[in-house]
Design a protein around this ligand. Structure first.
Ligand code: AKB
Length: 322
């Protein structure tokens, strides 16, 4: 049986996933029971005024201790991370934030016997020698990016805390996440979000990966559902803990542009690959998520057409308000 979650801290709450996850957790657990924490980036008004907000550098364990103790936190969704593209620009910082931050969170959770920790992983754990279509649950993990290295090490560290200390740590390997609320920052899959903004604002997008680049992607409502579902799953049913493969949809950059064109007929897209192409080429095209389906009933709702329609509807309203 899993213990009940009552008081939550979300690190990285100002980020793409953190901001929508915080809003969703506040609806579910009550605004006062979900503390959002961000570091440099200014929070939106909704995030800052929608419940408690704290400034927090996850590299500093004492800051985490203070926030956890001040708010009586029992569960941490640890979303703060440096993503793949920025991680290649600043590999030392990526190691400090991703590994140092996770180690601090796990230690604070172990010392205080917290109920649960969510530690997100990514398709970046896979490398060029992983079978790409689909990537199995447990192939050899040999990523070629610093972000991927920290995600493999993070999965192993989380699983170690489960085995060695009995701490309930859980995580999924997120694909590229597409959303209309907060822009992603510093990832390789960011083109799949930028393309919508540029299509609506300018009718043209210069894409930084080749037209035939296929990557696993997921729409934000599915991402939030998966994050909450894995954290609510019955612990006794879990064979895996920190490394669940998670699939939504897979498409090429060209197929995404074609789908957008159905809604914006004059939209044009050109492809000028940059350094991020190498990262994209090292990741799989599709994901086998049988373990997540079997162990906690994972099932995505959105495919390419339904995601595109919803994105365009939300973003058109957002852009016309500005
Ligand atoms: C990135 O592109 O770095 C992230 C990820 C797939 O983890 N979106």
């Amino acid at each position: 049986m899993s213990k009940n979650i009552k008081k939550i801290l979300v690190t990285g709450a100002v980020g793409q996933i953190g901001s929508e996850l915080t809003a969703s957790l506040r609806k579910r657990y009550g605004p006062q029971n979900v503390v959002a924490a961000g570091h440099h980036t200014e929070p939106s008004e909704a995030l800052r005024d929608g419940g408690p907000f704290e400034r927090l550098d996850v590299k500093d364990k004492e800051q985490i201790e203070r926030v956890v103790d001040r708010h009586n936190i029992d569960t941490i969704f640890h979303m703060a991370a440096i993503l793949s593209a920025v991680g290649e620009e600043r590999p030392q910082l990526a190691w400090q934030v991703n590994m140092g931050g996770l180690y601090n969170v796990l230690e604070v959770a172990r010392e205080r016997n917290l109920v649960r920790v969510f530690s997100p992983s990514s398709i970046a754990v896979f490398g060029p020698d992983t079978p790409a279509d689909p990537a199995p649950q447990a192939p050899p993990l040999r990523p070629t990016t610093m972000y991927g290295v920290t995600k493999v090490a993070g999965e192993l560290l989380g699983d170690y805390y489960v085995r060695r200390f009995g701490l309930d740590v859980r995580g999924v390997r997120y694909p590229g996440i597409i959303s209309s609320e907060t822009l992603p920052g510093g990832g390789t899959t960011d083109y799949a979000v930028e393309i919508f903004y540029e299509a609506l604002r300018r009718g043209h997008y210069t894409c930084f990966v080749r037209e035939d680049t296929v990557l696993p992607m997921m729409y934000m409502p599915d991402c939030i559902q998966a994050t909450i579902d894995v954290m609510q799953a019955d612990r006794d049913r879990l064979i895996h803990h920190c490394d669940f493969n998670l699939a939504g949809m897979s498409f090429s950059a060209g197929e995404l542009a074609q789908e957008i064109k159905k809604h914006i007929p004059n939209f044009t897209c050109e492809y000028i690959p940059d350094k991020r192409q190498d990262i994209a080429d090292s990741w799989p095209r599709r994901i086998d998520d049988t373990a997540a389906r079997n162990e906690w009933g994972w099932k995505p709702l959105y495919d390419l057409p339904s995601m595109t329609e919803d994105m365009i509807s939300h973003l058109s309203k957002k852009i016309s308000r500005v």
